[in-house]
Design a protein around this ligand. Structure first.
Ligand code: GDP
Ligand code: IMO
Ligand code: MG
Length: 474
């Protein structure tokens, strides 16, 4: 399959890093298309653990190209810190990393304003990661962002930075009573960053589209999760980017017609960091998640994650707004010792039953979850590798979730290591690539573009929800 988009189906930290790492085996390019170093994607390889913030997780694989797309907001300080950490662990970062010329750059005033704005909001704060994400996107849509290509031209950088810093310093001093930033200091630092970034900066729109035309396999690495999406999330308790599948196109210069499959990574329960509604949040006495053992501390900020039962209302919303065609269900093993498991099937608000995700945060914040209960399996699952070998109640849980969210669960993760994975049916990316290879057998003279679509018969669209890729297979 030329293009697979992988996104988080909940509030982030679903285990995307692990699944991306698995799927990277079968692709040529891994592309980050939104967010910035607010992300923390953990990949465990044996006893070694890597947490990727900005650089696509594919960097851990030899001979894969990694693109930081135009939809990302890039903090050069984070970038170089990450490159140093990776290099010190023996990971090669060189011509395998490509940064889009039109990626927007995070400056010190973005990070400062992020933190000061949160402080001013007090109890109403969003709980941001403090990485300058929202202020950088604000500048982007406010027509005053500075892009990677601008860092490579000192005259352009000088002019843009002077204008921006003039405005930012007014904010810093007059609104936040903070000292102003020194132009020369920031300018010198960013000229230096520009020099160091130069070898990585390219017109990635051309590179990516050439790759697509040459039948290369592309994996889009979503960051955060659907409920943090600026359009479809629990606004205003969201992040500033399009974390849903559509963001893969606008954040990388890929036309929507190239996308074959959207994989939703979904945790077997629910977590969130930061403020905002979380209807199924555990009351303290029901909270079975051991934050340390189960790795439920934020990978970027170290904050303890809020945890709750699986919420199928938010997942149905996720499947809908992303067009999820396959689900990777992670952290099933965390439920191994829970004797009774609840699944949220609807909400109740003011006596009314709500089955669809409500856009009113007042409703979402005050509704009561309606639960279905089932017996747990109370058996370790981490060493199981075949679906049939899972305890019956674990299979019942998975099948019920699939039914409720209306999407096939094709990968089940039972531990953080690569090997702790159960695949149901043909591996996702390979399944797609077999469709692509069918294109090679097109009748002579038929122009090949979307191979199977042009072949005359009905297109094989593994990515379409409820289409050929739909249905629960074992
Ligand atoms: P991401 O942001 O979606 O990539 O997720 P994070 O890396 O922030 O958080 C997921 C955490 O759970 C990491 O520490 C992973 O190593 C870990 N993890 C991933 N999959 C599994 C799993 O199936 N079981 C367990 N126990 N841990 C997992
Ligand atoms: P990955 O990719 C979980 C949350 C923050 C906060 C909100 C806004 O590892 O899943 P921001 O700094 O983006 O302005 O913060 O978004 N948030 C995440 N939560 N996982 C993430 O990334 C997140 N990135 C941002 O906690 O609630
Ligand atoms: Mg994370």
């Amino acid at each position: 399959m030329p293009s697979t988009v992988l996104i988080g189906g909940q509030w982030g930290d679903e285990g995307k890093g692990k699944i991306i790492d698995l799927l990277t085996e079968d692709v040529d390019f891994v592309v980050r298309m939104q967010g910035g170093s607010n992300a923390g994607h953990t990949v465990r390889i044996g006893s070694e653990e890597f947490v990727l913030h900005l650089i696509p997780s594919g960097i851990l694989h030899e001979n894969k190209k990694c693109i930081i797309g135009n939809g990302v907001v890039l903090d050069p300080q984070s970038l170089f810190e990450e490159i140093e950490t990776l290099t010190s662990k023996g990971v090669r970062v060189g011509e395998n990393l490509l940064i889009s010329e039109t990626t927007h750059i995070i400056f010190p005033y973005h990070k400062l304003l992020d933190v000061l704005r949160e402080k001013l909001k007090g109890s109403k704060k969003i709980g941001t990661t403090g990485r300058g994400i929202s202020p950088a996107y604000m500048d982007k849509v406010g027509y005053m962002g500075i892009r990677a290509i601008d860092l490579l031209d000192e005259d352009v950088l000088r002019e843009k930075l002077r204008t921006n810093l003039h405005e930012k310093n007014l904010f810093l001093t007059r609104v936040y009573d903070h000292e102003s930033l020194d132009f020369k200091e920031v300018f010198t630092q960013y000229c230096e960053y520009g020099e160091r970034m130069k070898p990585f900066v390219h017109d990635t729109a051309i590179i990516l589209n050439e790759a697509l035309k040459n039948n290369k396999n592309i994996l889009f690495e979503g960051a955060q999760g659907t409920l943090l999406d600026v359009n479809f999330g629990t606004y205003p308790y969201v992040t500033a980017s399009s974390t849903t599948a559509g963001g893969a196109c606008t954040g990388s210069a890929t036309g929507p017609t190239w996308i074959d499959l959207v994989v939703g990574v979904v945790k077997a329960y629910t977590t969130r960091v930061g403020s905002g509604p979380l209807p199924t949040e555990f009351p303290p006495e029901a909270d079975f998640v051991d934050r340390k053992r189960d790795r439920e501390y934020g990978s970027t900020t170290g904050r303890s994650r809020r945890c709750g039962w699986f919420d199928s209302v938010i997942l149905r919303h996720s499947v809908r707004v992303n067009g999820i065609g396959a689900v990777a269900l992670t952290k099933l093993d965390v439920l191994d010792s829970v004797p009774r498991i609840k699944i949220c099937v609807a909400y109740r608000y003011n006596g009314e039953l709500i089955r669809d995700f409500p856009n009113s945060m007042r409703v979402l914040g005050n509704c009561e979850p309606v639960y279905e209960e089932m017996d747990g399996w109370v058996t370790p699952t981490s060493d199981i590798r075949r679906y049939e070998d899972l305890p019956e109640n674990a299979r019942k849980y998975i099948e019920r979730l699939s039914e409720l969210i209306q999407a096939p669960i094709e990968i089940i993760s039972v531990g953080s290591e690569r090997s702790q994975t159960i695949f149901r049916g043909e591996p996702l990316v390979r399944r797609g690539s077999s469709a692509r290879h069918a294109a090679v057998r097109l009748p002579v003279g038929v122009e090949e573009r979307r191979g199977p679509t042009m072949a005359g018969g009905p297109p094989r669209r593994p990515g379409r929800p409820g289409g050929q890729g739909g249905g629960v297979r074992t």
